[in-house]
Design a protein around this ligand. Sequence first.
Ligand SMILES: NC(=O)c1ccc[n+]([C@@H]2O[C@H](COP(=O)([O-])OP(=O)(O)OC[C@H]3O[C@@H](n4cnc5c(N)ncnc54)[C@H](OP(=O)(O)O)[C@@H]3O)[C@@H](O)[C@H]2O)c1
Length: 290
Amino acid sequence: MIELTAKPVIKTINQEILSFISNLSFAPRLNIIRINNDPASEYYVTNLVKKGEKIGINVDVINMPLDTDEKDVLQLIRRFNDDRNVNAIMIQKPLPGGFNEDILTGAIDPDKDVDGFHPVNMGKLLLEKDGLKPCTPLAVIETLRHYNITTRGKRVVIIGRSNIVGKPLAGLLLYKDLFGDATVTICHSRSEKLSDITKEADILIAATGKAEFVNKDMLKSNSIVIDVGINQIVRNGKTSYVGDVDFNSCSKIAQSITPVPGGIGTVTTAMLLKNVIKAVNIQNKVDIFD
Ligand SMILES: NC(=O)c1ccc[n+]([C@@H]2O[C@H](COP(=O)([O-])OP(=O)(O)OC[C@H]3O[C@@H](n4cnc5c(N)ncnc54)[C@H](OP(=O)(O)O)[C@@H]3O)[C@@H](O)[C@H]2O)c1
């Protein structure tokens, strides 16, 4: 069994970012709006700031009080939309109750929408047009591309139909490309005889949010397993992170698997920074990344 680790993938991504930035006369800027005191979110943004610093991208975190009014957040988003020095905007989740995520996402200039969640960008993705695309689906494609796992003509099964992972990923896998052109099936909690479907997959992608949900009895032998999941668990009093795939069981039968941690999640962070560069491209109407 081969582990499809993130390390070599992010090395390539970082080299691409560095080479792009070396030709710029300014440092790209990502502004993150954060209205929570969630420790996981704190860890994530601190990590992003550090990674950005290392690579030449300014990542600014705007911490707002929990009792902030939605109108103030909208005003801030509009200010960043109009600010030529801000290339990318992200709203950190979770948001406090009462905020309408759709309204906030919809207020971001689609050309600065680094998460790729704006309806305009989702539409462009489905229409195979240039635009900002969600980072986790991009991370899956980038990982497949790095390891030269072509999807053309293959049966790819995704478990999970969320707007941020399953649906956009299915769209990318339908692109007319060597790392698209797949025969895609999306499963969800209402899918009947799930194992019968997953056993047909040449490539199985798990995005269920259920720790170690996929086991070896759900796999075709020699299949490729992509684990998108990140779940915090406590085992024997110790906190750790596992994916949506039972790695030990599946490694007995799969040809290759992405590990957790050190797999798709790590590539996703790198793709977010690459998306900042993509946003700079779009704003300056150049086409360095496809
Ligand atoms: N690597 C990264 O950077 C990254 C980014 C985002 C998310 N994640 C991780 O990826 C996983 C999925 O995230 P998400 O935001 O897409 O989750 P989500 O919005 O909760 O969606 C989960 C999907 O899995 C389906 N599902 C749940 N239980 C199932 C079952 N027993 N059988 C079949 N399908 C089932 C759900 O079906 P229904 O639609 O019918 O409810 C839903 O479509 C999570 O572990 C999350 O932490 C990782």
